[in-house]
Write a protein that binds this ligand. Structure first.
Ligand SMILES: NC(=O)c1ccc[n+]([C@@H]2O[C@H](COP(=O)([O-])OP(=O)(O)OC[C@H]3O[C@@H](n4cnc5c(N)ncnc54)[C@H](OP(=O)(O)O)[C@@H]3O)[C@@H](O)[C@H]2O)c1
Length: 292
């Protein structure tokens, strides 16, 4: 099977690059090879390559900048996935896409199910929700996997930011009123890989039968404050930390251009039941991710 991976240099894309060659012939592209702001180029690339599986690990993920760069965020997060889904259908290719907990307003107070009404508070969430709608309209054999608080040990993730702050500050203040589920990019890629590897006969037919939106995150949930504490506790180079105290703060103390939902943990029961897989607890996964 020919596999097209988009967004190969992102947190999730990087993990897929390690994993997908096990499943088929991988063609992995980044922005220089295919600008996802160019819908005609997306169409042309897919038409020429005719992959049997398309995985979209790309997105416009700067939540605050999305408030300004609305047109660009809409292109990448809403229009491009629609084109990918439409071309996937045309070529009978399976389409895998990722969405976000930020499609919810965070007011529910318990983990969100797929059937709960959406109400994004910021442009990033709105653009990702529009992407979901476009895929549902244009696609046939697709999975939209909503996830949250994705991290890796590469790049500018929250984990790396906390490690950096701990070497620069004696006191760290981290918001304790934002709650969701930390999700290791590697786990997200691996669980997706299990789903794709599991098919018996015809991957397209089997995904078509289960097409839809599923919640897929690290197991359990926590506040950013408690997540930061766990990051410091798992730091393999703790002797480099100069931090002496970590203090809880409220989101009001750190105003940002984009409003974020306060409680946006996702209930992943539907995914676990439909695909027969268990999602490991976020604490165990974080510990593994940070072990050298
Ligand atoms: N990160 C989170 O906390 C989080 C939370 C919930 C859901 N998600 C979703 O999970 C998925 C994976 O997220 P991630 O954290 O792995 O994202 P990421 O690390 O920010 O990677 C996104 C990738 O998309 C690429 N991209 C952006 N604009 C592009 C364009 N115009 N043309 C081509 N490529 C472009 C980026 O390329 P460059 O490297 O060139 O910029 C980057 O490689 C996304 O769908 C995201 O919405 C993420």
């Amino acid at each position: 099977m020919k596999i097209l991976l988009l967004g190969k240099s992102g947190q999730l894309g990087w993990e897929f690059r390690r994993l997908l060659p096990i499943l088929g012939d991988l063609i992995a592209l980044d922005r220089e090879e295919l600008d996802l702001g160019d819908m005609a180029a997306i169409q042309k690339t897919i038409d020429e390559l005719k992959p049997g599986l398309i995985i979209n690990a790309s997105a416009y993920t700067d939540v605050d900048l999305s408030e300004k760069e609305i047109e660009l965020a809409t292109k990448i997060n809403a229009l491009a996935p629609g084109v990918m889904a439409e071309r996937s259908r045309k070529h009978s290719a399976v389409f895998i896409h990722y969405s976000t907990d930020y499609v919810f307003d965070g007011q529910k107070g318990s983990p969100y199910k797929e059937s709960d009404p959406t109400y994004p508070l910021n442009m990033y969430g709105k653009s990702k929700l529009a992407g979901e709608e476009n895929i549902k309209q244009a696609g046939e054999a697709y999975l939209i996997l909503r996830t949250s608080w994705v991290y890796s040990l590469r790049g500018n993730s929250f984990v790396n930011k906390v490690l950096k702050w701990s070497r620069q500050n004696k006191i760290l203040k981290v918001v304790s009123d934002q709650v969701s589920s930390p999700t290791w990019a590697r786990t997200l890629a691996e669980i997706t890989g299990f789903v794709l590897a599991e098919h018996k006969k015809d991957l397209y037919e089997e995904i078509r039968e289960r097409s839809g939106i599923y919640h897929l995150t690290g197991g359990g949930y926590t506040s950013r404050y408690d997540w930061a504490k766990q990051i410091l506790a798992n730091d393999p180079e703790r002797s480099e930390q100069i931090v002496q105290a970590i203090e809880p703060a409220s989101s009001d103390e750190f105003p940002t251009p984009a409003v974020r939902p306060l409680f946006s943990a996702l209930d992943c029961t539907l995914f676990e039941e439909r695909f027969g897989l268990r999602l490991p607890d976020w604490r165990d996964t974080l510990q593994l991710a940070m072990t050298r």
